[in-house]
Design a protein around this ligand. Structure first.
Ligand code: SF4
Ligand code: SF4
Length: 202
């Protein structure tokens, strides 16, 4: 019985003179490893609001998207609640622009109120200038124009979306819901259905 007691005493004395195993956080900042999977962060410069990340997020309600067509201007609202995020990285891996969202090194995500974990980002929507149908976000059309290069010249909607972006003042285009598509609608931003009708008319 005496031998185990002596061994415990030796371990206790050794521990007193050994360096500590735990970190000194918060006195010393915590340094996370390279490729740590922390809070996903949107890059609003390169995110185009396409919603692909919302579609691949496996956690219900973590990433969600809502199109508000009654707002002025109409907007797509992408919401991220990081309290339900499982840091799987699907959003980053499947981002259309490849850099619109990325897992960061941010790990200290504790809050007192879960509502503080909700972030929303708004993207202006482009509606069909003929029937008012939602086409997508304006940023998405401009991204397509730049991605396609010379091929974008085959699609007047992309050209007009880009030229509208270059105007300092927003273009006031009259909506013509209810009227048939005319050949004069060629230089309008049209949804696929109206474009199809126009192509048949042409
Ligand atoms: S890391 Fe996974 S769970 Fe978190 S937002 Fe991205 S896809 Fe959703
Ligand atoms: S997939 Fe990328 S570009 Fe599209 S909404 Fe998500 S973060 Fe933005």
């Amino acid at each position: 019985m005496r031998l185990p007691k002596l061994r415990e005493l030796k371990e206790a004395v050794t521990a007193v003179f050994s360096p500590r195993f735990t970190t000194r956080f918060p006195a010393t900042p915590c340094v996370v490893p390279e490729k740590y999977r922390g809070k996903p962060e949107f890059d609003l410069e390169t995110c185009i609001g396409c919603g692909a990340c919302v579609n691949v997020c496996p956690t219900p309600g973590c990433l969600s998207m809502e199109d508000d067509l009654e707002a002025t201007p109409p907007v797509r609202r992408i919401t991220h609640r990081y309290d339900t995020c499982i840091f799987c990285g699907n959003c980053e891996a499947n981002c259309t622009t490849e850099t619109g969202i990325a897992l960061s090194n941010e790990w200290d995500l504790a809050v007192l109120n879960r509502e503080d974990t909700i972030e929303t980002h708004d993207f202006e929507l482009q509606l069909c200038e003929k029937c008012g149908e939602m086409i997508g976000t304006k940023k998405h059309l401009i991204w397509l124009y730049e991605k396609l290069g010379a091929l974008a010249y085959t699609n007047p909607s992309l050209l007009i979306a880009k030229s509208n972006e270059l105007h300092k003042e927003p273009q006031d285009v009259e909506q013509q819901s209810g009227k048939d598509v005319q050949t004069s609608d060629f230089m309008r931003i049209l949804c696929p259905k109206c474009k199809c009708e126009l192509n048949i008319r042409l």
